[in-house]
Design a protein around this ligand. Structure first.
Ligand SMILES: Nc1ncnc2c1ncn2[C@@H]1O[C@H](COP(=O)(O)OP(=O)(O)OP(=O)(O)O)[C@@H](O)[C@H]1O
Ligand SMILES: C[C@@](O)(CCOP(=O)(O)OP(=O)(O)O)CC(=O)O
Length: 392
């Protein structure tokens, strides 16, 4: 077989604290509002992707965890075309480098967590794929530039090109050139941000984000108020809270924005329900915890599914994980954290005895304990068999 060119990169998951929900341009994936997210640590949620190309490959192909996935959707095609055209520009300007832009690509990827289960696999997946191809093609572009390509693959994916605390600025140009991710602060700025993910369902979700958000755009009256009045002010306030490391404000805005997003889903016609009874019980637990602690020490947020993500600061781990351990100690996931249940503290006024433990322990299948993390990184791993061009 003739030469196989290859490169590998990782991609992180990000979970929005100010939600993207709604497109003003469906082809270019331009949003109706700016959004903010926290990039999560790749020790727990990570995509690892090797991108390779060769004149001997027949077509572009993608494998995720060993299974073949289509790459012929309009969004994937656009991502590949954008990356190729950047490579072509370089090749046209420098006759000494190999002409590989037109070669078919074989992309081999591994997610270390469930694919398409509302855990932002598409975000980590596109971030890793784009970073790996950018490395393969030796593209000189920075993360914000690459985020514009990721955006066309899946909106929320653009935020996974950067680590720490990230904003997706909606932009206002019709061609989308100013709709990109920028870093608000890196992980080191506020390193003690933790995230506990309660996996309520690892089944594929009912209403995909793409169609769900457009149903909201076209049918919800509340939605106009959200994008015109609520989000612009909240964006400024949340960015300030991150810069000032003001957890109570950050947390209150995060919970309110999750509530606002799920409200416009319910206000869609026909309505969209992503939260289930387990999600609602988790909301109640967090509200009771904050009340009994006398300040906001934990924030829940939910994407387009029932899984809960709970943000908190390390100094309050004894309260937040202490409470979650009361109900979910039987689940897998605790072993990966340094939390010792002996350190658990339940605030005195928390009404533990009034909550039916059997009911409140139901519905969650796994706990993932993680924290704020870095953006994509290059690695020397190779997931492709360099003889056959197929997954190892
Ligand atoms: N490692 C990967 N490489 C490339 N694409 C991936 C990868 N993992 C997932 N994807 C793409 O993302 C799709 C799943 O996206 P989907 O939005 O349904 O789920 P999710 O991202 O886990 O959930 P959500 O967007 O609600 O958080 C897959 O079908 C695949 O096309
Ligand atoms: C609820 C969300 O997670 C919606 C994510 O939507 P997607 O990024 O999956 O949608 P597409 O752009 O159509 O691919 C909120 C968020 O991550 O900001």
């Amino acid at each position: 077989m003739s030469e196989i060119y290859y490169a590998t990169s990782t991609g992180p998951v990000n979970i929005a604290t100010l939600k993207y929900w709604g497109k003003r341009d469906e082809d270019l994936n331009l949003p109706t509002n700016s959004s903010i997210s926290v990039t999560l640590d790749q020790a727990h949620l990570r995509t690892l992707t090797t991108a390779s190309c060769s004149s001997k490959f027949e077509t572009d192909q993608l494998w995720i965890n060993g299974a073949s996935y289509p790459l012929d959707g309009a969004r994937s095609k656009q991502v590949m075309a954008d990356l190729r055209s950047l490579r072509e520009e370089i090749e046209n300007g420098d006759s000494s480098i190999p002409k590989i832009a037109a070669f078919p690509l074989h992309i081999v990827s591994e997610n270390n967590f469930p694919t398409a289960a509302g855990l932002a696999s598409s975000a980590a997946g596109f971030a890793a794929l784009i970073s790996a191809v950018a490395k393969l093609y030796k593209l000189p572009t920075n993360a914000s530039e690459l985020s514009k390509i990721a955006r066309k693959g899946s909106g929320s994916a653009c935020r996974s090109l950067l680590g720490g605390y990230v904003a997706w600025e909606m932009g206002d140009l019709a061609n989308g050139e100013d709709s990109k991710a920028v870093q608000i602060a890196d992980k080191k700025h506020w390193p003690d941000m933790k995230a506990a993910i309660l996996v309520v369902s690892d089944m594929k979700k009912d209403v995909p984000s793409t169609s769900g958000m457009q149903l909201t755009v076209h049918t919800s009256d509340l939605f106009q108020y959200r994008i015109k009045e609520v989000v612009p002010k909240r964006f400024i306030a949340m960015r300030k809270a991150i810069i000032e490391k003001d957890f109570p404000t950050f947390a209150e805005l995060t919970m309110k924005d999750s509530n606002s997003f799920h409200s416009v889903c319910l206000d869609s016609y026909p309505p969209i329900f992503y939260l289930n009874d387990t999600s609602k019980r988790i909301i109640k637990l967090i509200n009771l915890l904050n009340q009994s602690a006398g300040e906001i020490i934990a924030a829940y947020t939910f994407d387009a599914g029932p899984n809960a993500v709970i943000y908190y600061e390390e100094k309050n781990e004894k309260y937040v994980l202490g409470l979650l351990h009361q109900f979910f100690s039987h689940l897998g996931g605790w072993e990966s954290s340094s939390f010792n249940p002996k350190d658990a503290v339940i605030p005195e006024s928390f009404p533990l005895s009034s909550l039916d433990k059997d009911v409140y322990s139901q519905g969650v299948s796994k706990v993932i304990l993680t924290q704020v993390g870095e953006g994509p990184s290059e690695t020397d791993d190779v997931l492709i068999d360099l003889q056959t061009g197929l997954p190892k």
